[in-house]
Design a protein around this ligand. Structure first.
Ligand SMILES: [Zn+2]
Ligand SMILES: [Zn+2]
Length: 288
């Protein structure tokens, strides 16, 4: 089994270290490939996206590291790109002209405040609560329906290589504070979204961050969602979405056990620049 991680963040966006530190950690942990996917610039102020003026330096830096480490590890150049209809997607000129090896598509924003600023759904809880009340009149079902609707719209109109953390919004839902994943409307929204992914060429990400951060009890997406994805034959991919070099394989051990238990036979990895399925072997060890 080849080890790799392509969902990672450095100081170019909201990560904690220089790109080189991640590569050194990846080599130490025995990874054969490593991908950078800092948050792509957006056209409004955020605390976590890369400023537009840093984009060129980021692309140059990753290309340089690709060259410098070519004999030790495969390095790939990606971006995690927000989907905000009419505003940001992988179709933007500055993304298309970046010559990326892959894109990770994510919905972190759902609709707008009355002052026209996008509502970030994964920040502080009071902001989440306020958005439900002010933008969706307190209707959590409407929030979730819109959230999954946006993911479907992204897959349909601006399909990324990888669909990031499908049910990320659940990080706000510890102890089922806002909704139950067992609700029929929730299951339907998830199922429709998976169907759309199954029809596309996109890879579904299994993201371990919520678990190793202690924010969620299960990975993104939840086990029952992964089971559905397996039945729909959706290709999967494992990522830690790390913001620090020490967490490059965070949660991978348990995630891999889960993936195998669910019956998945392979996961998608980039090899020589091409995404392809790699068989999951029985014995894999990660040092976390
Ligand atoms: Zn994300
Ligand atoms: Zn991320």
């Amino acid at each position: 089994m080849q080890l790799a991680n392509y969902h990672t963040h450095t100081i170019f966006s909201d990560g904690k270290s220089n790109p080189k530190d991640y590569i050194e950690s990846a080599i130490e942990k025995g990874l054969t490939a490593f991908g950078f996917s800092d948050h792509a610039p957006v056209l409004f102020d955020t605390s976590y996206c890369m400023p537009m003026e840093k984009l060129n330096n980021y692309l140059i830096e990753i290309d340089r590291l690709k060259f410098d480490f070519a004999d030790r590890i495969e390095i790939y150049k990606g971006l995690e790109v927000d989907y905000i209809p009419g505003e940001v997607s992988i179709l933007e000129d500055y993304i298309q002209s970046s010559m990326l090896d892959y894109t990770i598509g994510a919905v972190h924003f759902v609709d707008y405040w009355s002052d026209g600023k996008p509502w970030v759904i994964e920040g502080a809880e009071d902001v989440f609560q306020k958005g439900i009340n002010e933008i969706f009149e307190g209707d959590i079902e409407a929030v979730l329906t819109r959230y999954f609707g946006l993911i479907r719209e992204m897959v349909q109109t601006a399909c990324p290589t990888i669909v990031a953390h499908l049910d990320r919004i659940k990080k706000q839902n510890k102890g089922e504070k806002y909704y139950s994943e067992k609700s029929s409307w929730y299951k339907k929204a998830v199922e429709q979204t998976l169907e759309m992914i199954a029809e596309s060429k996109a890879i579904l990400e299994i993201n371990t961050k919520g678990v190793y951060k202690g924010v969620t009890d299960d990975f993104y997406p939840s086990t029952w969602v992964l089971k559905m994805a397996y039945e729909m034959n959706i290709p999967i991919h494992l990522a830690s979405d790390c913001h620090h070099p020490s967490l490059i394989t965070g949660g991978f051990d348990n995630a891999m056990k889960k993936i195998k238990k669910l019956g998945f036979k392979d996961i998608q990895l980039l090899k020589n620049g091409i995404w392809q399925p790699f068989e999951i072997e029985r014995k894999i060890h990660f040092s976390v």
